[in-house]
Ligand binder design. Structure first.
Ligand code: MCA
Ligand code: AMP
Length: 531
């Protein structure tokens, strides 16, 4: 089957409506597509085998992974679409990553070409070893090239590679196909009522599912405009809302928290009226505390629309667009093509009423257990990790690792994770094993356990509990340890606190009992807190 993503982009190709607004101005869909096709042409031309005087252009990049390191805005979108339309797989990464992480990710993904924007060129320098670094500004000026091969792109072709933390040390690259992206965008357009009249206020990072697909792709493919800010800054976002530059806001809970802090400091006159004027405000990536939801309702008359998503599946469940039917603390019901199953320990559907069709959402019985998902928005697999891909699925269902409850009327709520090693801080999924693995390279650390401690601002706060090598306790204090870790990990993965202890609590099998550590930290009874 031909790519539905290509088909939808072709429909938007001649539209004179605004697609993207950024710090440089406005770009129409027609201009954006023209820029994307030039990027495509340049990528294809550069990868063509050059015979004697001949220039045979390849029809497709055939799944080549291209790393994208550019500032948010129309150029970023053109580079992403150009890569995908050339048959490549786009790997968008964050300028927040230190060189060590960028290099590891590029190596893991087998990247040979890197696309950078001029302002981030210095960050790409460590990636240049054995790789071509291309300026997006140059690619956008190239000739578009023949378009006949666009029709060859298929719905099952991978388009996007997004890295996500798992229960094994290093992150895994999830491959999303043309169909995944198109289905997901269409589900959300319909569920959230997107139209050409909408303007999405976009301040989410562009290396994760929320920012790239749930927000940007939904808005773009609905023909709406997307107002892309360079980064999330509460003052700027509040000012945009106050001056009603957008109709929709998508955010993670920590962003709502930051907006309220800004309001409490007396900032942004007109913010409350602007927030009330928004057609829609959504929250996701982590549980929205009911207190925050209610504060938004006090300000605007409605709680944010909370939904559940995951890199591997896009959005699975969503509260209704109708504010009156939204339920604080719940993530709503599965979207139309999403099948959700709550499973018992043996993997069987749990809690179904007699006579009810198994695996169908909206059952009459209450159920609690691991959440499994099936449907056309579920990803293709982890790049180069067949064993982990196999382990992630059972009987055709993707196992989310989230523990959920389904109410008798078919609403879902998240109760926690099956693994203590997966944390969520400010909406970013983190692997405590990955952070521990990095910290173990520190010569002053004899043993370490990384845990997530419930936190009002971050959802979970990352804390490293450390046994220091003899006489090296001072090096394990929070400040020096953070400075050391920042050179090796993205800043949001760096533990906010380090606590030095004599020994870690272990069970009979020798495994660190992390829940015990978390309780002790919350009670303030863990010895030797350092800062
Ligand atoms: C920044 N810092 C963090 C985090 N973000 N620390 C822990 N957790 C974080 N999430 C660090 C900074 O490096 C800095 O460290 C200090 O905190 C203060 O930074 P600040 O400037 O105040 O923070 P910020 O840059 O404004 O970032 C807060 C943020 C950001 C905007 C909420 O975390 C963010 O963009 N989160 C969104 C993540 C996201 O999109 N997740 C979606 C995954 P220092 O003081 O040392 O300099 S996809 C997903 O989950 C599924 C699909 C779904 O359902 O959506
Ligand atoms: P990621 O791997 O970054 O895509 O994160 C996906 C995870 O975020 C899910 O497996 C959930 O644990 C969590 N998550 C997403 N949305 C919500 C929500 N509304 N409430 C609670 N957890 C959420």
């Amino acid at each position: 089957m031909a790519s539905p993503l290509v088909a939808r982009l072709a429909q938007l190709r001649s539209s004179a409506r605004i697609a993207v607004e950024d710090e440089r101005g406005q770009t129409t869909f027609a201009e954006l597509m023209d820029r994307a096709l030039r990027v495509r042409g340049a990528l294809l031309a550069a990868s063509a085998p050059r015979g004697a005087g001949e220039r045979a252009e390849p029809a497709s990049l055939e799944g080549e992974r291209l790393l994208l390191l550019a500032s948010p805005g129309a150029a970023w979108v053109a580079a992403l679409l150009g890569t995908i339309l050339a048959g490549g797989i786009a790997l968008p990464l964050s300028p927040l990553y230190p060189p060590a992480e960028l290099t590891w990710l590029a190596g893991d993904a087998g990247v040979r070409r890197v696309i950078v924007s001029d302002d981030l060129a210095a960050l790409a320098a460590p990636l240049a070893q054995g790789r071509a670094v291309l300026r997006v500004e140059d690619l956008e000026r190239a000739a578009p090239g023949p378009e006949s091969a666009l029709a060859d792109l298929a719905e099952d072709d991978p388009a996007l590679l997004l890295y996500t933390s798992g229960t094994t040390g290093k992150p895994k690259g999830a491959l999303l196909t043309h169909r995944n992206l198109a289905v997901q965008a269409e589900l959300l357009r319909a569920a959230w009522g997107f139209s050409e009249e909408d303007v999405l206020l976009h301040a989410l990072p562009l290396h994760h599912m929320h920012g790239v697909c749930i927000a940007l792709a939904t808005s773009l493919l609905a023909g709406s405009a997307t107002r892309m800010l360079p980064r999330f800054d509460a003052q700027r976002v509040a000012a945009e809302i106050a001056r009603r530059s957008a109709t929709v806001l998508m955010a993670v809970p920590t962003m709502y928290q930051r907006l309220f802090e800004h309001v409490d400091r007396g900032g942004a006159p007109g913010f409350a009226a602007g927030a009330r004027a928004l057609r829609l405000a959504t929250s996701g990536s982590a549980a929205l505390p009911v207190t925050l939801a209610e504060r938004w309702r006090d300000l605007t008359g409605a709680i944010p629309l909370e939904r559940f998503g995951m890199t591997e599946i896009g959005v699975g469940m969503s509260n209704p667009l109708d504010p009156g039917a939204r339920r604080a603390g719940w993530v709503g019901a599965p979207l139309p093509t999403v099948e959700a199953r709550i499973t018992d320990d043996a993997g069987a559907a749990a809690g179904w009423a007699p006579g009810e069709e198994r695996g169908q959402p909206g059952g009459a019985a209450v159920a609690r257990g691991e959440l499994w998902i099936r449907g056309p928005s579920v990803f293709k697999g982890y790049l180069g990790r067949e064993d982990e891909t196999r382990a992630a699925f059972q009987d055709g269902w993707f196992r989310t690792g989230d523990v959920a409850e389904r109410s008798a009327d078919g609403y879902f709520r998240l109760l926690g994770r099956t693994s203590v090693d997966i944390l969520k801080s400010g909406g970013y999924k983190l692997s405590s094993l990955e952070i521990e693995e990095t910290l173990r390279d520190h010569g002053a650390i004899a043993e370490v356990a990384v845990v997530g401690v419930p936190d009002e601002e971050w959802g979970e706060r990352v804390v490293a509990v450390v046994v220091a090598a003899p006489g090296r306790e001072a090096e394990c204090a929070t400040a020096p340890l953070r400075a050391w870790a920042k050179e090796r990990l993205a800043p949001y993965k760096v533990p906010r606190d380090a606590i030095v202890v004599q020994a870690l609590p272990r069970n009979a099998m020798g495994k660190v009992v992390k829940p015990e550590l978390v309780k002790a930290i919350e009670r303030g009874t863990l010895a030797g807190r350092s800062s």
